[in-house]
Structures are given as structure tokens and as C-alpha cells.
Design a protein. Structure first.
Length: 196
């Protein structure tokens, strides 16, 4: 047995790692910061919470090879007094959906993309948008797990050109000398790791 072999994590496992960083940030968003800008320029905190909720719910459907319905995101904060806990519960369901047998197999979504790559898109949002929310609300966000960053680096490489054309990613920004792997990942999605 090769003891140097790199372990391949399932998307469900990686989402569980991302969830551990996401939950404290979501629970720590103060009401007073809901109108604050975020590193994701088209969203303030309130709108980004709605977008992230939509992603977390719709990507559960994609894990089950069901049709998703991405439209305008609802105002979660206005709709639900317990929006923080609702988002946490849906994140638990997202982890379970992508941990189910067969979730990563075949293709899914309107574009029939490889299911694992689609799962990586959910992982990207649960990592990068939570970093956005942490930055926007003055919270700490420890660097994402090494395994998560490794998965996302490959996904961003593959999705980058299309994501930039469609405005999902901004143009890459300078990473800064001595940037960590996570900071390099953020920079490749168009975010300045030093954003305040």
C-alpha cells in the first residue's frame, strides 16, 4: 500500500468541513450589518444571505439529479425571523444530499455538467461567500481546509473562463507576496484577500 497516496475526499466530506467554518459566521451576523457592503460587489450582506440560502437549497436538488430553480433570491431576512438557523439547517441538508450514494456520479443540472464539478460549485459558494460575509461583518474566518482549497483550486481553474464571461467571477486580482493557497484562490475569483 502506498502510504504517500493523496486521499480523495468526497464532496459531502468537503462540504462538511466548509460547514464547520460557515455556521459560526452565519450565526455571528449582526442585524446592524445587514446593509453593509461585501467583497462580492453586487450584494450587500442581506442580499448575499438570500443568495447563499438559494444556492444551499438548489444544490440539494442537483445532488439528487432533480431540476433546480435559480431565479431571484428571496429576502430571507425579511421572510424568516430565524433565518440564521434556517440557513444552518439547510446547510446540514446540503451536506447530507452530497454525501448520499451516487450524488457525485454522472451528470446533473441544466447543462449536464459532471456531478462532482457541480458539487464543487456548491462548495465554492459555501466557502467563498461565507468568507465574504465574515469580511463584511468583521468576523474572523480561518483559512479553508487544505482539502477544500485543493478541490476548489481545480474547480476554479476549470470554471474560471466561463465564470468570468458570465460575471460570476471578477477578473483575477494580484495575490500579494507570500499569499496562502486560500488567498490565491480568493484572488482568482476576483476578490482582494485584504478587503475590508
Amino acid at each position: 500500500m502506498d502510504t504517500n497516496a493523496v486521499r480523495t475526499y468526497g464532496i459531502g466530506e468537503l462540504l462538511a468541513l466548509a460547514r464547520e467554518r460557515a455556521v459560526p459566521v452565519v450565526r455571528g451576523i449582526p442585524d446592524a450589518a445587514l446593509d453593509a457592503p461585501t467583497p462580492c460587489a453586487e450584494y450587500d450582506v442581506r442580499a448575499l444571505v438570500g443568495h447563499l440560502f438559494q444556492v444551499v437549497v438548489q444544490f440539494q436538488r442537483l445532488a439528487a439529479k432533480e431540476a433546480s430553480a435559480f431565479g431571484e433570491a428571496a429576502d430571507m431576512v425579511a421572510e424568516s425571523p430565524d433565518w440564521r438557523e434556517r440557513l444552518v439547517r439547510e446547510t446540514d441538508r446540503l451536506v447530507a444530499a452530497w454525501s448520499a450514494p451516487g450524488a457525485e456520479e454522472g451528470t446533473t443540472g441544466a447543462m449536464d455538467m459532471p456531478a462532482r464539478l457541480v458539487g464543487s460549485m456548491a462548495l465554492l459558494d459555501l466557502t467563498v461567500h461565507v468568507w465574504d460575509l465574515a469580511r463584511a461583518t468583521g468576523q474572523d474566518f480561518p483559512a479553508a481546509d487544505e482539502a477544500v482549497v485543493a478541490e476548489l483550486a481545480g474547480a476554479v481553474e476549470e470554471l474560471g473562463p466561463m465564470a468570468r464571461r458570465t460575471g460570476v467571477f471578477g477578473e483575477p486580482v494580484p495575490e500579494g507576496e507570500g499569499a496562502s493557497a486560500f488567498e490565491r484562490l480568493l484572488a482568482r475569483t476576483g476578490r482582494a484577500p485584504s478587503w475590508e
